[in-house]
Design a protein around this ligand. Structure first.
Ligand SMILES: *[C@@H]1O[C@H](CO)[C@@H](O)[C@H](O)[C@H]1NC(C)=O
Ligand SMILES: *[C@@H]1O[C@H](CO)[C@@H](O)[C@H](O)[C@H]1NC(C)=O
Ligand SMILES: *[C@@H]1O[C@H](CO)[C@@H](O)[C@H](O)[C@H]1NC(C)=O
Ligand SMILES: *[C@@H]1O[C@H](CO)[C@@H](O)[C@H](O)[C@H]1NC(C)=O
Ligand SMILES: *[C@@H]1O[C@H](CO)[C@@H](O)[C@H](O)[C@H]1NC(C)=O
Ligand SMILES: *[C@@H]1O[C@H](CO)[C@@H](O)[C@H](O)[C@H]1NC(C)=O
Ligand SMILES: *[C@@H]1O[C@H](CO)[C@@H](O)[C@H](O)[C@H]1NC(C)=O
Ligand SMILES: *[C@@H]1O[C@H](CO)[C@@H](O)[C@H](O)[C@H]1NC(C)=O
Ligand SMILES: *[C@@H]1O[C@H](CO)[C@@H](O)[C@H](O)[C@H]1NC(C)=O
Length: 800
């Protein structure tokens, strides 16, 4: 070791093809200033160290990955410096200091050396201050921020601390370190208000968590292959164990610790391990005080505010939500809004006590009488005949859950409750758990879905009064009644016995598909339901519930409503509304659909799919659009069925990329399925195009199956090509359009609509997915058509 290395470094500095602003090292007496875009670069070019912009005229001295600019370390996360006259200086005495524009020291290493010192960035991402003898005076690996890099030791007195939010790098609320019992764990510290361990699960014994506390060496390390091991016997390997370009273990701002790998192809970080699978239930403070957390597949958690509350800080969920209108202490001015399937939990008391055997009225009065009470939770156990009342002074750790203990009654000013129930007022409701603004006529329905509304104000009478008012407003606005019923009844968990009884021991089969068999049933409240018994139920309970509740929240007039589910033992059942007119496939073959109905159906399906793809829930692909999966209600309004099942059933399979074997139906499957290319929402667009062609031409696999021996695939290639060739001729002679059209329509159709429809359908079935429109573009094209075309009935007989 020693000076030869530095000579090597120095000579490399001159020979390495680096841009003028890149430095290999700085030595004593020199500095890096914020104005010049100088940065230190590791020899392999993977890491940079320099000034990193964290806000308007605010900079932190940081180390980041060059390829993604992902920060792995910061010197001054809580004290950013000015964009002018700030600098990092390596003093002659060996001290490294960061000074702000006003010459104040913001950060300092307090190192001393009598000999030559040098600061350089190693290939591992470690920023090291060495003296001429190769003695390390200081290194960034000893002072991590929120990230641990491969080979970086996590030892006693070292902790990872999350940042405050995705965009704010300052110190957040979560920490990862060895506690005094030698256990590596996650710890939540909300600036003194509360603090708790939350991972490994504090309710479990040490034995159950598989950790050991007798080894006090307190060391943990991640190797570059993706193996993490710790002296408390915590070990895990990443999902993509092996050599990948980059890995990092980061305690994210949301309190979850994740192992990321850099995926070169996609040029992005992917999660290859994470500590906590149920962020809403396990991570305290997820959405701040009064906030509500919901789990969203794929993207972790999302935050929202309860009704009557608004986000306190527009850009930071850590600050939670606050009341829109202050609560007065007057008892006669407050009421309650009932939130179902919402729970606020606490490790250390949200509640001012648990009151057993209180009646609902007593519980409510207790909360009304106390100014501090913000809500109460009430549950009644019919079986044991006792009730639980827990008034809450703080609303912490709120989350949506299908199995909350009881309903939550949120205290709000009466005026607010009335306005919340008045759909005429502008709401800014959020999509399930996400930050986007929802507008338009679905507002009211959304609201009801989320919060099965009821008011338990001072008296039950007021409850009914508002209830009736509610119905009235609903009716006057023509909002469909079903949505209201649904809100009143709620999405629920059925028992297996209940469903067995409803279906008379699964006697009346009404459909059968890849997912399972569908039975007709009558629920105890007399509603007729379609009950689907899922075939493959490999999923764990938690995952199934999480996903089913998300599907259950989806509400659109062109999507089948899910009323509930059952997950008992090996059984997984889904309960849907029953559709009177059966499937589109049956209706097409029975020849009961005239042109007007067909066009309405085509538009309806497009709207339903557009909603699935884009309006809130971009993660839902249907993946199996076909006439069998489109059901018609009593007015022939189409409703798409079976969505979300690809998520429910094939989660494991998806990873193995043999997804296409399970989901999708020959003839309707996009080329990318067959060639095992990435699946996007455009697969649904393709299938939709085929369905439209089928409705226009009357030709589909269900009718021509006898004509082919090799499955529907070849036939459909032919259908598409056939229509495409015909349409080329139609361009020259419009009357040829007739040849494409379903003879069952006997010439009764709108020729302009028809032509437009065929054009749209052909766009949808383009081989190249990027040429296909999105579903919302399809809706737009169709609606435009609906507007411009007058009703021109083309009648064969009156043609001459
Ligand atoms: C980050 O959060 C802290 C604490 O709330 C705040 O003081 C600071 O201004 C925020 N920084 C930015 C860049 O928003
Ligand atoms: C670094 O410090 C050493 C010892 O004080 C000194 O001999 C050397 O000249 C300094 N180098 C620079 C570039 O100032
Ligand atoms: C929690 O954070 C506060 C301030 O952020 C700090 O003063 C306190 O020491 C921390 N508590 C623990 C147990 O780390
Ligand atoms: C990971 O490291 C631990 C400890 O070094 C070792 O026991 C284990 O076998 C390793 N696992 C793999 C998959 O290499
Ligand atoms: C404690 O952990 C360290 C690091 O994982 C290991 O090398 C050592 O053998 C362990 N000691 C005991 C007594 O298990
Ligand atoms: C450490 O964990 C492994 C499983 O990860 C377990 O088999 C082993 O018994 C544990 N060791 C101790 C000492 O508890
Ligand atoms: C509530 O009661 C107070 C006095 O007890 C009275 O001044 C106030 O007008 C009442 N408010 C309403 C809305 O009835
Ligand atoms: C609540 O009432 C039930 C039925 O009267 C009784 O059995 C139970 O002991 C009571 N519980 C408490 C905590 O008072
Ligand atoms: C809804 O959002 C719009 C635009 O963002 C805003 O002008 C309006 O005040 C908001 N309404 C409510 C009730 O928050």
């Amino acid at each position: 070791m020693g000076s030869p290395i530095f000579f090597l470094l120095l000579s490399l500095a001159f020979s390495f093809p680096l841009s003028s602003s890149a430095l290999i090292a700085i030595s004593n007496g020199t500095s890096i200033s914020v104005e010049k875009p100088d940065s230190l670069i590791s020899l392999n070019g993977d890491f940079s160290a320099g000034f990193y912009s964290v806000g308007d005229n605010a900079y932190c001295f940081a180390i980041w990955f060059c390829n993604s600019r992902t920060v792995v370390w910061m010197a001054n996360r809580d004290r950013p410096v000015n964009g002018k006259h700030s600098k990092l200086s390596l003093l002659k005495n060996g001290n490294l200091i960061l000074t702000d524009a006003n010459k104040l020291n913001v950060w300092i290493t307090n190192t001393v050396s009598l000999s030559f010192v040098q600061l350089s960035l190693y290939n591992t991402g470690n920023l090291v201050l060495c003296n001429v003898d190769g003695v390390i005076l200081w290194q960034s690996f000893d002072f991590p921020t929120d990230t641990l890099l491969p080979q970086q030791l996590l030892t006693r007195n070292i902790k990872l601390v999350s940042s405050r939010s995705q965009s704010n790098y300052s110190t957040g609320f979560y920490e990862f370190f060895f506690n005094n019992k030698n256990i590596l764990r996650l710890f939540y510290n909300d600036s003194g208000i509360s603090s708790t361990d939350y991972w490994p699960n504090p309710w479990l014994t040490l034995w159950d968590t598989g950790r050991i506390s007798y080894n006090n060496s307190k060391t943990a390390v991640l190797n570059s292959l993706g193996n993490f091991s710790s002296s408390d016997n915590l070990t895990f390997v990443s999902a993509d164990y092996g050599a990948v370009l980059h890995r990092r273990l980061t305690l994210d701002y949301d309190g979850n610790i994740r192992l990321y790998s850099w995926e070169e192809e996609r040029q992005s970080w992917v999660v290859s391990w994470q500590a906590i699978q149920k962020p809403c239930e396990m991570i305290p403070g997820a959405c701040g005080a009064n906030g509500l957390c919901s789990y969203v597949i794929g993207s972790g958690r999302k935050c929202s505010c309860p009704p009557g509350y608004k986000m306190k800080n527009r850009i930071d969920w850590a600050d939670g939500c606050e009341l829109e209108v202050d609560l007065s202490c007057e008892q006669n001015e407050s009421g309650f809004l009932q939130l179902s399937q919402v729970d606020f939990y606490s490790y250390y008391g949200n509640d001012f006590g648990l009151f057993n055997n209180y009646s609902f009225d007593q519980c409510r009065d207790l909360c009304l009488a106390s100014c501090d009470c913000k809500a109460f939770e009430y549950s009644f156990n019919e079986y044991y005949g006792y009730s639980k009342c827990s008034p809450k002074t703080r609303l912490l750790n709120g989350y949506h859950t299908p199995n909350s203990n009881g309903d939550l009654f949120l205290k709000l000013p009466k005026s607010k409750i009335l306005s919340l129930l008045n759909p005429l007022e502008e709401f800014n409701l959020t999509c399930p758990g996400d930050g986007t603004i929802q507008s338009g006529r679905n507002r009211t329905k959304k609201f009801m879905l989320w919060f099965a509304c009821g008011v338990g104000g001072l008296e039950i009478i007021s409850f009914f009064l508002v209830w009736c008012l509610f119905i009235k407003i609903e009716k006057s606005l023509g909002v469909d009644k079903q949505a209201y019923d649904r809100a009143a009844i709620g999405f629920r968990n059925f028992t297996y016995t209940e469903l067995k009884k409803a279906t008379k021991n699964f006697s009346e089969e009404i459909g059968r598909g890849a997912g399972g068999i569908v039975y007709k049933g009558v629920l105890s409240d007399k509603r007729v339901a379609a009950i689907k018994l899922l075939k493959e139920a490999s999923q764990g309970d938690g995952e199934f519930l999480a996903e089913v509740t998300i599907i259950g929240r989806i509400n659109h007039m062109n999507l089948i409503e899910m009323w509930g589910y059952c997950a008992e033992g090996k059984y997984r059942l889904l309960v849907y509304e029953y559709m009177e007119h059966g499937s589109l496939a049956d209706n097409l073959s029975a020849n009961v659909l005239d042109w007007e109905k067909r066009f309405k159906i085509v538009v309806g399906i497009a709207k339903g799919l557009a909603y699935l793809h884009e309006d809130c829930l971009d993660w839902i692909l249907h993946c199996d659009i076909k006439p069998q999966n489109i059901l018609l209600d009593s007015t022939y309004q189409p409703k798409v069925a079976d969505f979300g099942l690809s998520k429910l059933q094939n989660r494991g399979v998806l990873k193995n990329s043999s997804f296409s074997n399970i989901r999708g139906t020959r003839g309707y499957m996009a080329p990318e399925w067959i060639f095992n290319l990435p699946i996007t929402s455009k697969v649904d667009v393709y299938s939709y195009g085929i369905v439209v062609l089928e409705m226009v031409t009357g030709k589909g696999p269900s009718r021509s199956v006898h004509a082919i021996d090799d499955g529907g695939e070849a036939e459909h290639k032919r259908l598409v090509t056939w229509v495409r060739e015909k349409m080329k001729k139609v361009a020259i002679d419009t009357s040829l359009l007739e040849e494409i059209i379903d003879p069952m329509l006997v010439g009764k159709y709108d020729i302009f609509e028809m032509e437009a429809l065929v054009h749209v359908a052909l766009q949808c079935v383009e081989e190249d997915k990027d040429e296909r429109p999105t579903m919302s573009q399809v809706v737009e094209m169709l609606l435009r058509q609906e507007k411009v075309s007058d009703v021109v009935i083309f009648d064969e007989c009156s043609d001459e």
